[in-house]
Design a binder for this molecule. Structure first.
Ligand code: ADP
Ligand code: MG
Length: 375
């Protein structure tokens, strides 16, 4: 066990790294952040910010030397970097799991090999694969295999005749061509798994996306109890098959009359798990610390129904939001990530809205966001 007083390293300095850093420091650990951005949200909270590229040799050596264990807040660390670090210090999530989760083709192959349901898909590595992919039919979505997030790197294909143009628009990079499902709803399960295989899942969240970006997560999900149970079991089976250690976000689709499909895996805390900062006995960042340090995992019990609503840069168009509207509402908890530039679609913060029922929390979230915005 790595106990408080030790120093932990995190690759990546965005909001996920920031919330990890705050939690780890609250628990008495030191934190070193590696991120190339001098103004990174996590760097500002850390004991030390190594401002360098993720593959900077000297910075990685320093991280390995000064930290008792290292984790990551994002999946796009260059392949090999985690592997290299793992030769010197304990690293979680495991490099092999990050390699799978950062590449949609490897991810979908892994899911298929283990019999986990996904939307029908084909790999498109080059123009030579277009004819085979077109047999899948439409409507469908062409997604870059790597580096996509918040719906970026995706093109909707309404008719297969549009596929070749879509592939060119994505500059011919490796892609996944995937049938678009008629979604009944989206769920996600954030879970933690220890080195000993112990697994603790938070209650499934019901997610609404707008323009490819997560808008709200509501807990408990307003779906039949049996479906929520199946979602939790499916996510746990995926984590176990991956031999995962750390916090994992499993995004799920519900379609075809209540059937579950795995959408994608995030080898880190997940935006849809932010409600745990205010609504569960242990939050996802504490679980990340616990899994990394070999501590027992904490209780995921839900203390109150909640809706997390993201604060995107769009909320700043009319000026600084009216924060007093958030503070005026009991049960509304404000989280801001310390980003200076509020660009449209950029995640600037979130609200967790606690209420007596999931419906009431969902309503409170939208009502508060509207009141905040100066329009
Ligand atoms: P990202 O990495 O950007 O989160 P996702 O693959 O999760 O990419 O897609 C973002 C969102 O787009 C999903 O949460 C869902 O709302 C929608 N979407 C993606 N793939 C499909 C699909 N096959 N069928 C229906 N909706 C989809
Ligand atoms: Mg997603």
């Amino acid at each position: 066990m790595i106990l408080p007083g030790a120093t932990l390293g995190v690759l990546g300095g965005g909001q996920l790294g920031r919330m990890f850093t705050i939690r780890a420091r609250t628990l008495g650990y030191g934190v070193v952040v590696l991120d190339p951005d001098a103004g990174s949200p996590a760097g500002a909270m850390a004991d030390r910010h190594l401002c360098a590229a993720y593959d900077d040799r000297a910075a990685l050596e320093e991280l390995a030397r000064s930290c008792a264990a290292v984790t990551t807040e994002f999946e796009n660390v260059p392949a090999g970097v985690l592997e290299q670090l793992a030769g010197h210090v304990p690293v979680s999530p495991p490099p092999h799991a990050v390699a799978i989760a950062q590449d949609r083709i490897l991810e979908k192959r892994f899911l298929a090999e283990h019999g986990f349901p996904t939307a029908a898909w084909r790999p498109v590595l080059s123009a030579a694969d277009l004819a085979d992919a077109a047999t899948l039919g439409a409507p469908a979505i062409l997604k870059t295999s790597r580096f996509g997030y918040d719906g970026k790197g995706q093109i909707s294909v309404e008719r297969v005749e549009e596929l070749a143009t879509a592939q060119q628009r994505l500059r011919g990079v490796a892609c996944v061509f995937e049938r678009r499902l008629a979604l009944e709803c989206e769920l996600s399960v954030v879970l933690a798994r220890g080195r000993d295989g112990a697994l603790v899942a938070f209650p499934p969240a019901e997610n609404v996306h707008r323009g490819g970006i997560l808008e709200t997560s509501t807990i408990p999900a307003r779906v039949p109890a049996q479906l929520a149970q199946s979602a939790a079991e499916l996510a746990a089976a995926v984590a176990t098959a991956l031999d995962y250690v750390g916090v994992l976000g499993v995004e799920l689709f519900v379609a075809d009359g209540g059937r579950l499909y795995v959408n994608e895996l995030a080898p880190r805390p997940h935006n849809s798990g932010h409600f745990t900062l205010d609504a569960t006995a242990t939050d996802q960042f504490e679980q990340q610390v616990r899994a990394l340090c070999g501590l027992p995992l904490g209780s995921p019990v839900l203390l109150s129904p909640a809706t997390m609503i993201n604060l995107l840069g769009d909320a700043w168009v009319g000026g600084e939001p009216r924060w007093e509207e958030a503070f005026a509402r009991p049960g509304v908890k404000l989280h801001l990530y310390g980003k200076r530039e509020p660009r449209p679609g950029r995640k600037m913060g979130h609200l967790t809205c606690l209420a007596a029922t999931a419906d009431a929390s969902f309503h409170l979230a939208h009502e508060t966001l509207q009141a905040l915005e100066r329009r």
